[in-house]
Design a binder for this molecule. Structure first.
Ligand code: NZQ
Ligand code: ZN
Length: 379
């Protein structure tokens, strides 16, 4: 086991009606709020109204920044930071899924240090801090509500990059599974894929950490049991709650402590599909994971076999891959490029941007030829 520091300074408020804790959570930080949200779902699922009502109870002055797009872009973050700086806000409240919350995380640094978002992501500036961030999560998937990571894309530089900084942990995150009842079937499935993929990135990382391995398996089993039930019963609060909590734990550190690193190649490869075609994050992962596993089958057969034994009672690596792929498919998430309307005509374009982003695993390094072989497996 490697040395590690366990530090999660986010207070997580989980369950029905927890938003009532927002006044108490926000008042210590000041009186002026930058309220960030996406393209409208928050207005329909009750999260926006409830948040605004609680901010009124706290007598906050609220400035709105809406329209954050899925697979968020750097320009929106700079614009949000400009507004926050001009209005001298004390904190950000972000209502939405990973895209809104990730944007808010970088905005919080940009306001605090008065810097540009891409300079932060590219590590040209080192943050001295961030203004406090409170999140109201409406989509179970990324785990951003309890970690210090954000992912942003820049169409001027052809990049979609992850960035982590300790100042970006939300101070509080409000997780009411009721807000996720309105998530449509496709994004519900993508969320389950994403949480499973986070576990797999940990599993295929470097180092020997048996307890973290057991957390990985437990979380994936939770997703395999309750994910399909949820897909058949989207209005079921209890199933929404189970998946929401599983997603949070899939990327809050629990599955990584004691390892040298996760792998994360599949995420990097998937980000290229999202960057090029606006493919939803989870959908990109269900396409890339089976392809990556097929390239890795002869390099790490024992690790794939161990996974198969734990999840499917099956120790053959290829059969394990087929069963994982079938799980993604049955949820309703694509496993081939053709399912997102792409053909082998796009292979060169995808490989080019993967090479430009120098996508590789932290454990299993990828060459240019590996990337091409993986993309060919996706066709
Ligand atoms: O824009 P609105 O109208 O809010 O609609 C969103 C969006 O269209 C909608 N939605 C959200 N909550 C809803 C809802 N629709 C109905 N009912 C609700 N309750 O869902 C769509 C997708 O939202 P988005 O926030 O983009 O999805 P997700 O949470 O999957 O976030 C994806 C982003 O997070 C990054 C991804 O790369 C991607 O950019 N990730 C962030 C991570 C992190 N910070 O730790 C880790 C992940 O691996 C991931 O890379
Ligand atoms: Zn992910």
């Amino acid at each position: 086991m490697q040395n590690f520091i366990a530090y999660i300074p986010t207070q997580l408020h989980f369950g029905k009606g927890v938003i009532k804790g927002l006044p108490g959570a926000s008042l210590p930080f000041g009186k002026k709020v930058l309220l960030m949200y996406g393209k409208g779902s928050a207005l329909k699922n009750g999260s926006y109204d409830d948040t605004l009502q609680q901010l009124k109870i706290a007598e906050m002055e609220v400035f709105h920044f809406d329209g954050i797009k899925s697979n968020p872009v750097v320009e929106d973050v700079d614009a949000a930071a400009e507004l926050g700086i001009a209005k001298q806000v004390d904190m950000i409240v972000a209502v939405g899924g990973g895209s809104v919350i990730d944007s808010a995380k970088i905005t919080a640094i940009c306001i605090h240090d008065q810097v540009k978002a891409w300079d932060v992501v590219k590590r040209k500036v080192i943050p001295t801090g961030a203004i406090p961030l409170i999140t109201v999560l409406t989509l179970a998937a990324t785990g951003t509500e309890m970690n210090s990571v954000a992912v942003l894309q820049n169409h001027k530089t052809d990049e979609k990059l992850g960035y982590g900084h300790i100042s970006m942990y939300p101070k509080h995150s409000f997780l009411d599974p009721g807000y996720t009842l309105s998530v449509p079937a496709n994004y519900t499935a993508f969320g389950v894929v994403d949480l499973v993929a986070h576990c797999l990135e940990a599993w295929f990382g470097a180092g020997d950490a048996s307890l973290s391995d057991r957390f990985v398996i437990a979380i994936i089993k939770e997703a395999m049991e309750y994910g399909p039930l949820l897909m058949n019963d989207l209005n079921n609060y209890d199933l929404r709650a189970r998946i929401m909590w599983a997603a949070t734990n899939a990327l809050n550190g629990l599955t990584s402590y004691g390892r040298v690193s996760g792998d994360w190649a599949v995420h990097g490869l998937g980000h290229v599909l999202s960057y090029l075609y606006d493919t939803p994050h989870g959908a990109s992962l269900s396409i890339v994971y089976p392809a990556w596993l097929r390239i890795m089958k002869d390099r790490i057969p024992a690790r794939i076999s161990q996974l198969g034994e734990q999840l499917f009672n099956e120790n053959d690596p290829e059969k394990t891959i087929v069963m994982l792929e079938a799980f993604f498919s049955e949820l309703g998430s694509p496993v081939r490029l053709s399912e997102i309307g792409k053909t082998d005509n796009e292979v060169e374009e995808i490989v080019k941007i993967m090479n430009h982003n120098r996508v590789s695993g932290m454990n299993m390094r990828l060459s240019e030829d590996d990337r091409r072989q993986i993309v060919l497996q996706m066709v």
